[in-house]
Every structure is written in C-alpha cells, then in structure tokens.
Ligand binder design. Structure first.
Ligand code: GNR
Ligand code: NI
Length: 172
C-alpha cells in the first residue's frame, strides 16, 4: 500500500476516458489499496484511478464519518442502471480541483452495477451523498470534472486560479 500523487486540473490525463478492467486480479487489488491509501491521506471520500494517473474504470470510496471505523467501498467497471428523475443539489469538491467548491445538481438516487474487490458482481441502490459521490466518481471515468457543469466564466476562473497556484508551486 502506498500514497500516490493526485493529479490536478489542468492535466490532460484527467480528460481521458478510462478503460474497462478485464479481470479483478492482484494487480487491480494492489491499485485499489494504493487508491484507498491516497484517498485517506488526502481526506477525500472518493477517488477514481485516473486521479492517480491510471486510466482504468476503478473507484474507491469511504463515506464513514468515524475515522476509526473505516468502511471502504470498491467499484470496478461500474455502470449506472437507473437514475432518479428527481434532482438534488450538493456542494461538491474534488481532490483534482483543490480548494474549489460549487453546488452541483444531479439525480438524487441511482442504481449501480459493478464488480467488488473480489470480482463479484454487485448491485447497489444509492441515495443522498452516496449517490452524489458515485456519480461524481463515474464522471471521472469519462474525463468529466464537476467544474464542467458550471458556467464558462466560473469554470475558466477556477482553471486560471489552479494554473496560477501550480505555477507558483514550481517557482517557489
Ligand atoms: O472528497 C471528495 N468530496 C466530495 C464532496 C462532494 C461531492 C463529491 C466529492 S468527491 C471528493 C473526492 C474526489 O475528488 N473524488 O473524485
Ligand atoms: Ni473528484
């Protein structure tokens, strides 16, 4: 298990569409372990593989509020089967868009079909934060970031800020 570097916008890799996993083997489990380590160390509640530069359709999440009680969730090749027609707004953030937050509207519930850590097929009904987070992570698999839902002006302001802070990190 090791903590990897999280890619931040702007970065072309974050715009790549991730590839389905053929088989959940030891290599994939190693990747999921590293992703979880990376997510915990960054205090995130979810992470997609592409955020550490691996274009595979793998997501890890942990929505547990108790730091001592870890509840890791693993999603390989997730597919959304049903989306609620009703929408909900959540204040979203993203480890790849550091220190930026915005209210995003999405279906308030969904059903996801996926393979778990051991490669078994599962179906999960999600609502609330779980549904929001899964949809946010599944967007990463398509190269989509939450800022893509904002107005052109808001989005370009955020990208400009992030570019500047990246530059200052190199200069200092
Ligand atoms: O840590 C995260 N918090 C969060 C809050 C609201 C909606 C989505 C998220 S996901 C984010 C971690 C992340 O960037 N995952 O891709
Ligand atoms: Ni994100």
């Amino acid at each position: 298990m090791s903590v990897k570097k999280i890619l931040t916008e702007p970065n072309k890799l974050l715009r790549q569409v991730s590839m389905p996993v053929e088989k959940v083997g030891d290599q994939e489990r190693q990747l999921m372990d590293d992703m979880l380590d990376t997510m915990y160390s960054a205090n995130g509640i979810g992470l997609a593989a592409i955020q550490i530069g691996v274009p595979k359709r793998i997501i890890v999440m942990d929505l547990s509020k108790d730091e001592n009680k870890k509840e890791p969730m693993y999603f390989v090749n997730p597919v959304i089967k049903n989306k609620n027609l009703e929408k909900a707004k959540y204040e979203e953030g993203c480890l790849s868009v550091p220190n930026q937050f915005a209210e995003i509207e999405r279906p308030n519930g969904c059903e996801v079909e996926y393979l778990d850590y051991s490669g078994r097929k599962k179906i999960l009904k999600a609502d609330g934060l779980l549904a929001t987070c899964i949809q946010h992570e599944m967007d990463h698999l398509e190269g989509i970031l939450f800022i893509d839902y904002l107005s052109k002006l808001k989005k370009s302001m955020i990208i400009k800020k992030l570019s500047k802070s990246k530059l200052s990190r190199i200069v200092v």
